[in-house]
Design a binder for this molecule. Structure first.
Ligand SMILES: [Zn+2]
Length: 278
């Protein structure tokens, strides 16, 4: 197994990356003090910053090729120290063609998760994954689509709204099967429709987290809520319940923002739960 590839039962998982984001901890987690970070210093860079991978996952399940999230895309304008635009090259380097993807599943409608839905081609935006239908949580569609005129949401205009007119948009409502082994699981809080993907195959379990957590420390510190959480209270409850469930099920955590490739398990040491990379 190369570090990027993993099997969960009969589901093949490939970790892909579009780049990275960098933040000052006190800006990213406004309610978390420097002292709170002390046990987790090793999760910060030497200069004290937080670096987040911008990960996507390619899942092969039930004969279907499914891509979860599409990164930040070609422009990281306005995001200091961000690196982006690497997803298609990373796919090619791993022998995957965009036209193999049949389902694109978007965990939520933030900019770093929808950036490669479309590519600019000959004066028009065309779907990057031309054989795919795009699955988006309905509650996020209902929240973001009406606000797409806002300047900060220009990415919604370019990367999300055209899906509807092209007839390739599928809206996810509640818990629903995607394949016989993959289930969309609502995990609201970060956004109203935020959705994780449960993997259950041949007695093994995994969970593609989405942004239910951003750093491994949140496996223990489930109350740490980033500024980007639209409903921090709901997000805390969701994160606590989700981490409890993952621990109980001994599921493999598959995280796009944890250090690449983002695979790990939850373990306990002296009563504290922590994330251990595979
Ligand atoms: Zn994100």
């Amino acid at each position: 197994m190369s570090g990027k590839r993993l099997r969960i039962g009969n589901v093949e998982v490939l970790a892909l990356s579009d780049g990275r984001l960098q933040f000052v901890p006190s800006e990213f987690f406004p309610t978390v003090s420097e002292a709170d970070w002390e046990p987790y210093r090793d999760q910060l860079e030497a200069d004290g910053s937080i670096v987040l991978n911008v990960g996507s996952f390619l899942l092969r399940s039930d004969g279907k090729t499914v891509l979860v999230d599409t990164g930040l895309g070609e422009s990281s304008e306005g995001m200091p120290n961000a690196v982006s635009g690497l997803l298609l090259k990373d796919m090619a380097d791993n022998g995957v063609r965009p036209d193999e993807v049949e389902m694109v599943v978007i965990t939520h409608l933030h900019r770093d998760h929808v950036g490669w839905n479309f590519v600019w081609d000959d004066d028009v935006f065309r779907p990057t994954f031309r054989n795919a239908r795009y699955w988006i949580p309905r509650a996020d569609w209902d929240t973001f689509a009406p606000r797409a005129r806002m300047r900060a949401l220009s990415y919604i205009r370019e990367q999300v709204l055209p899906l509807e007119g092209l007839g390739i948009l599928e809206l996810m409502d509640g818990e629903q099967p995607l394949t016989s082994e993959l289930t969309a699981l609502p995990t609201p809080g970060h956004t109203p429709g935020h959705t994780s993907v449960l993997i259950a195959s041949d007695g093994e379990r995994g969970l593609v987290l989405g942004d239910a957590a951003h750093v491994p420390a949140q496996a223990q510190e489930t109350h740490w809520s980033p500024r980007a959480d639209m409903d921090p209270e709901q997000s805390r409850v969701t994160r606590r319940d989700l981490m409890d469930r993952v621990e109980r099920d001994e599921a493999i955590v598959v995280s796009g923002h944890f250090p690449s490739p983002g695979y790990g398990r939850l373990a306990r040491l002296k009563g504290r739960r922590y994330w251990r990379a595979l």
